[in-house]
Design a protein around this ligand. Structure first.
Ligand SMILES: [Zn+2]
Length: 324
């Protein structure tokens, strides 16, 4: 499971902070224990001394190592039990001088060999959730909150069905898509007029896919192109676009509402084409239909979108207008 750089960096920073906090707490406790029972400090110093002598002994290979070893071991044990006796007598709380790492599986590094440890993975999940919550429009975006009653139950001859039935199928499809999502899943194009719930449904997909532990980036088309422009005019590092390239699901909302310049077309082509070639899933929502897409962005982009993506049509009356 791959997390974006932004999420991974934040999770790592939290793990580092947690390590530092634990270390500082231990040092504070140790200083307090020494202040309370100065003999502890002497014992700890002696213990470090016996450990060093033990190591030296093992390297030297001369004299009678066995006898010396036994002597050192006895000294060590005596010191340890005196230490424990002092700690018990001082009635320090359990674990007061515990200096074990924040995670015993990885020692607080976040990795076991080359594999990400569960502790860092959990921090990534939390950071991904926080990141996405900040980006999603309302915070209500869950499939259960999607109301089909807002779609007209009347028959559309061109469709051969009612808008409500169509939306019911869309809802079912999107739910299943999000639940079963695996990296490389087919990309989607949500097409339909403004106010038909495209943004809402794409945000539901974002939330569910992220909750299943995949990296998801949600961005409006306006923000996406503004970020590309900032890199082009060197107001930002190229690195800042990395999440758009690397995430397992990129959701671009409201394509077609931006000022479409030649630069925008080139950026869109780059993102759509690169992600298709690298088998990374993308969900684009747009108020443009097939013909509008071609007219606005050119045949090359339109054919990538219509050929490489599964198109999901939205139909009905403007929900936002009806709610008012
Ligand atoms: Zn760990």
């Amino acid at each position: 499971m791959a997390y974006t750089n932004t999420v991974l960096n934040r999770a790592r920073a939290r793990l580092t902070a947690e390590n530092e906090r634990k270390r500082a707490e231990y040092e504070d406790h140790l200083a307090r224990a020494y202040a309370l029972r100065p003999r502890l400090k002497e014992i700890d110093r002696s213990l470090r001394g016996t450990s060093a002598r033990l190591a030296g002994l093992l390297l030297r290979h001369e004299g009678d190592p066995a006898a010396e070893l036994a002597k050192l071991r006895a000294e060590n044990e005596a010191l340890q039990s005196e230490r424990q006796w002092i700690l018990d007598e001082a009635e320090l709380p359990d674990g007061f001088l515990d200096d074990s790492p924040v995670c015993t599986l990885c020692g607080g590094t976040g990795y076991v060999g080359s594999r990400m440890c569960e502790c860092l993975r959990e921090l990534c999940r939390q950071e991904q959730k926080r990141e996405l919550s900040a980006l999603l429009p309302t915070g209500r975006e869950r499939f259960d909150n999607f109301s089909l009653e807002l779609y007209p139950d009347r028959f559309y001859p061109g469709l051969g069905d009612t808008a409500r039935n169509l939306m019911q199928k869309n809802l079912h499809f999107c739910k299943k898509y999000a639940q079963d999502f695996q990296p490389g899943a087919r990309s989607l194009l949500f097409s339909g007029a403004t106010g038909l719930g495209k943004t809402f449904l794409s945000a539901c997909v974002a939330r569910q896919v992220a909750e299943n532990g995949h990296s998801v980036v949600y961005v409006t088309a306006g923000k996406l192109f503004a970020d590309f422009e900032a890199v082009k005019f060197e107001r930002a590092e190229a690195e800042s676009l990395r999440d758009y390239r690397d995430c397992e699901l990129l959701i671009v909302d409201d394509l077609g509402t931006e000022m479409t310049t030649e630069f925008v077309k080139a950026a869109l082509y780059e993102i759509v084409n690169t992600r298709l070639l690298e088998h990374r899933s993308t969900l684009i929502s747009t108020n443009l239909n097939e013909n509008d897409l071609e007219a606005r962005y050119g045949g090359q982009i339109a054919s990538r979108l219509l050929g490489g993506y599964r198109v999901v049509y939205f139909l009905g009356d403007d929900i936002r207008r009806m709610r008012k």
